[in-house]
Design a protein around this ligand. Sequence first.
Ligand code: NI
Ligand code: MN
Length: 239
Amino acid sequence: MKITWLGHSAFLAQGAGATVLIDPFFTGNPLFLESFLQQISSVDAIILTHGHGDHLGDAVALAGKFKAKIFALFEVCAYLGTKGVTHCEPMNIGGTVAINDRVSVSLVNAVHSASVVEDGKIIYLGQAAGAVLMSDEGCLYHAGDTDVFSDMALIQRIYKPDVALLPIGGRFTMSPQTAALACNDFLDVKTAIPMHYGTFPIIGNAPQEFVNLLDKAEGVILAPGESFSFGVAFSTKKP
Ligand code: NI
Ligand code: MN
């Protein structure tokens, strides 16, 4: 599986016959470059961890452009339905849905909130979640926005992810210190990749601090647009 960081919590995951976007926040994301999108010719699925603007992002427009199906919490799907999205797979935490016969997505716990503000009114969009992308080419845990919680050990036990994408910017999510704690005490991944940092001045920007605090996991800092491959290389196996 090959993953490409598109800035903030946005990733492109390619492998096992599927091209998947996670939390595609492009418009208004200072780390996103238009050239990233020009390299994407097809998208099969868009996974949304929770209903905050910096995660819902451009999902509506991208789902239309690529005729991609959105996978999200029930409330997020219901909300997107009011925005004209017709192909949304409603799910909830603990549930797993197939993207194709080799790739599935599971939503898992996160300690966070979810809402949008419209016409000065707050609309709550259910829980916040993390997402696990499971395939025969590797398993990816995208933690969404969350604090550290000890049940990350359960996520590890159930899904055995190879790679964890962890928010480290503080203020709204874990910091480098608590994300390293998550990795060292509750997860057992080979590789940990920081996200949700450096996007805006109000969140932190210290990925090296996170990497320095890791005990076992290899920390990989991606530049926006940079890729990391793990498991069975996606290019060597075509369905
Ligand atoms: Ni959030
Ligand atoms: Mn966020």
